[in-house]
Design a protein around this ligand. Structure first.
Ligand code: ZN
Length: 439
């Protein structure tokens, strides 16, 4: 096979020992290019007629290496900046979940000059199941984006909403640096049962390691009261369990991909009190489903004293859908129709309150207005929660119905996807009032 190089990514040049590294766009997708002695370490194909711009190696042969999980492990062994790190000590940390494994480059370009530590690899078990991905694969995607963009300021990897010892072990074995323990199933048994489970997990998996341990009680039926929060904080301290953050279930609703629903005054009051408890016990408040919560971003920044963790994920998927709606209207129409047809199934995993009657009929909407669906809450929610069904849907002959086309299109329009993320995630960071580094 002859691979045509299209372009070398200018920020991807690295040296290690006597070897030169860069990443290159080819007609077969992005690849790692390695010259010198290190090339024996990677799986790939030896080639000789490759672009050598900036490359000082005298080596005649090069290896073009696919961006596999195995190759990413070697990259992480050799280049410290590509290894995920604990975010302890950073005041503002943001989870930038990337369900497709295509958004991290856009995320990096959005945050690279800002005073914020990104958690680029972040997936819950639910998301892994719905996307058909693995923790190793999610980390691999983040690693390659970090390498390609030459982003050396560090990033984290969060095994989000984990509920069992096995899940936690899988995430840690895959190199994850943050564990978000979901205690929602223990809450009905009483707070002592929570605390006991949390201490057990901490002692078995976390103690003595530099892992960011978050406790989440956000996916429970009832709002977390201040008394309960204080009780948990005190009990964890007594058990000598260190958490970096706690995600309460706040008043109002944090639905996916749309703004906060509820009484902002009440939220302000509760957030302030929760943040005070967290401060007192030395951890941060974590806000889940932080995508698109524009009306409360300024409040979050102010009332936490600029110390918080905020998680987003689905909004980056919706920006991918926006790119599809703009550049592939016929594929968008198929996805939209499929999403509406399969909504009842998706509602088993996600709680939303959209009103289908408010979504304009697809047949009355011309192609140029398709991206407009991504500006409407009801359509956003439908397109948001059906991602897993879309990605895994198969034709009668067993082939994937949408997945390959979605990936092909987004790879083709990657610069447009990056711009869309810079704009949309950028609006999140502006709303939070995040400053430039050193600014
Ligand atoms: Zn959550």
């Amino acid at each position: 096979m002859r691979i045509e190089q299209v372009e070398i990514y200018p920020n991807s040049w690295q040296k290690h020992g006597g070897s030169d590294y860069c990443m290159t766009a080819t007609d077969a997708g992005d690849m790692l290019q390695v010259s010198g002695p290190d090339k024996t370490l990677f799986e790939g194909e030896l080639v000789s007629d490759i672009k050598k711009t900036q490359c000082q190696s005298t080596d005649k042969a090069y290896k073009l290496c696919p961006l596999t999980v195995e190759n990413s492990k070697i990259i992480r062994e050799l280049f410290d900046f590509t290894r995920p790190k604990s975010h302890k000590g950073h005041d503002i940390t943001i989870g930038l979940g990337d369900r497709l494994g295509l958004a991290s480059a856009g995320h990096i370009r959005t945050i690279k000059d800002l005073d914020v530590f990104p958690v680029l690899a972040q997936q819950s078990m639910r998301e892994l199941n719905l996307t058909g991905r693995t923790y190793a694969d999610v980390l691999s995607s983040a690693t390659w984006a970090v390498f390609r963009e030459g982003y050396i300021k560090g990033y984290g990897a969060d095994g989000d909403h984990l509920k069992t010892h096995e899940e936690i072990k899988t995430a840690l074995d895959s190199g994850y640096t943050m564990i978000t323990l979901d205690c929602s199933e223990h809450i009905p048994l009483g707070l002592d049962a929570v605390v006991k489970f949390t201490a057990d997990v901490f002692n078995r998996h976390i103690r003595g390691k530099n892992i960011d341990f978050e406790l989440s009680v956000d996916e429970t039926q009832t709002v977390t009261t201040l008394e309960d929060h204080r009780y948990i904080a005190r009990a964890l301290k007594k058990e000598d369990v260190d958490i970096v953050s706690l995600a309460p279930r706040f008043c109002g609703e944090f639905q996916k991909g749309i703004d906060y629903i509820g009484d902002i005054r009440q939220f302000e009051k509760e957030l302030k009190a929760h943040a005070k408890i967290a401060d007192e016990y030395g951890y941060k408040i974590s806000i889940h489903s932080g995508s698109d919560k524009f009306s409360i971003f300024p409040v979050i920044s102010r009332l936490t004293g600029g110390r918080y963790h905020l998680k987003t994920a689905g909004t980056s998927w919706l920006e991918a859908v926006r790119v599809i709606a703009t550049y592939a209207p016929s594929l968008y129409r198929q996805l939209h129709t499929y999403a509406l047809e399969n909504l009842p199934e998706a509602r088993k995993y996600y709680h939303i309150s959209c009103d289908l009657s408010k979504i304009a009929a697809l047949e009355d909407t011309p192609d140029v207005r398709l991206p407009g669906y991504l500006n409407e809450n009801d359509a956003r929610q439908v397109l948001h929660i059906t991602y897993g069904l879309m990605l895994q849907s198969r034709n009668g002959d067993g082939t994937l119905r949408f997945r390959d086309r979605i990936y092909r299109l987004l790879n083709e329009y990657e610069p447009e996807y990056i711009s869309a993320l810079e704009k949309h995630i950028g609006q999140h960071l502006t709303g939070l009032g995040i400053k430039k580094t050193g600014g």
